[in-house]
Design a protein around this ligand. Structure first.
Ligand SMILES: O=P(O)(O)OC[C@@H](O)[C@@H](O)c1c[nH]c2ccccc12
Length: 260
């Protein structure tokens, strides 16, 4: 069997996870969660008229290498919120994306828009972490959650008050998301096994998403024209990373995206 980019990422994620689990017990996390305020509901923002934007805090990526230093993720998040972002995505994966749970906490403390923990979540522990560090949403990638694991994590996320964003990339993965009853479904234009981006994947697959779901287009936006195109193809929400972390003026960029 060929080893994909995703396999490599997941192996690193598992090692880092084992390290954190040896430092903070699940019981400790649960105690923190019981003291934490309830998560925010992102659905009204996602379902608002016009296109909504999820703005991402991402320092680097396996496909593009270093993107931006982001010395102050809270300041970047504040600019995103001021520009009208419906939610903020914080990459917390360390090795390949340069993120951390501390970034999540810093952003949470700064803004009052919903915050997504963007990571390779493969165990219940990571959902408890997401909640303990202030996330309102958690990413669940169908490609890395075989069998009953997707159901289990989707159910636990809901129990914890988190909104699961179920990410897909193929028709089969969408079928699994729909079967699950997922309300918020993303189609990633980037194939995580090869890192190739093709925005037309969204165009092709969006008709398979239920009318009742929140349809999120992920990846590959360079400018307002791309947001407008995703919108024409049926996106309610567009998730943007690179173009915003590289923008000299992220607040204005988001305004342009929303106005597109
Ligand atoms: O930087 P871009 O092309 O705008 O992409 C953002 C986002 O879609 C991408 O970071 C992403 C989508 N799904 C993921 C899963 C894990 C890590 C990263 C991602």
């Amino acid at each position: 069997m060929t080893v994909t980019v995703l396999d490599g990422i997941l192996a690193g994620v598992q090692e880092d996870l084992a390290q954190r689990q040896s430092q903070v017990s699940l019981a400790e996390l649960k105690a923190r969660v019981s003291d934490a305020p309830p998560p925010l509901d992102p659905l009204p923002g996602f379902r608002a008229p016009g296109v909504s934007i999820i703005a991402e805090v991402k320092r680097k990526s396996p496909s593009k290498g270093e993107l931006a230093a982001i010395p102050d993720p809270a300041a970047l998040a504040a600019a995103y919120a001021a520009g009208g972002a419906a939610a903020i995505s914080v990459l917390t994966e360390q090795r390949r994306f340069g993120g951390s749970l501390q970034d999540l906490a810093s952003v949470r403390a700064e803004v009052d828009v919903p915050v997504l923990r963007k990571d390779f979540i493969v165990t219940p522990y990571q959902l408890w972490e997401a909640r303990a560090w202030g996330a309102d949403l958690a990413l669940l990638m169908v490609v890395s959650l075989p069998g009953g694991l997707l159901d289990e994590l989707h159910g636990l996320a809901l129990e914890l008050g988190l909104t699961p964003l179920v990410e897909t990339h193929t028709e089969d993965e969408i079928a699994r998301a729909v079967e699950l009853g997922a309300e918020v479904i993303g189609i990633n234009a980037r194939d995580l096994t090869t890192l190739e981006v093709d925005r037309a994947v969204f165009q092709k697959l969006a008709p398979h998403l239920p009318e009742s779901s929140v349809r999120i287009a992920e990846s590959g936006v360079a400018g307002p024209e791309d947001v407008a195109e995703y919108r024409r193809w049926g996106a309610d929400v567009v998730l943007v990373g690179e173009a915003l972390v590289r923008s000299g003026d992220p607040r204005s960029s988001i305004r342009e995206f929303i106005g597109s």
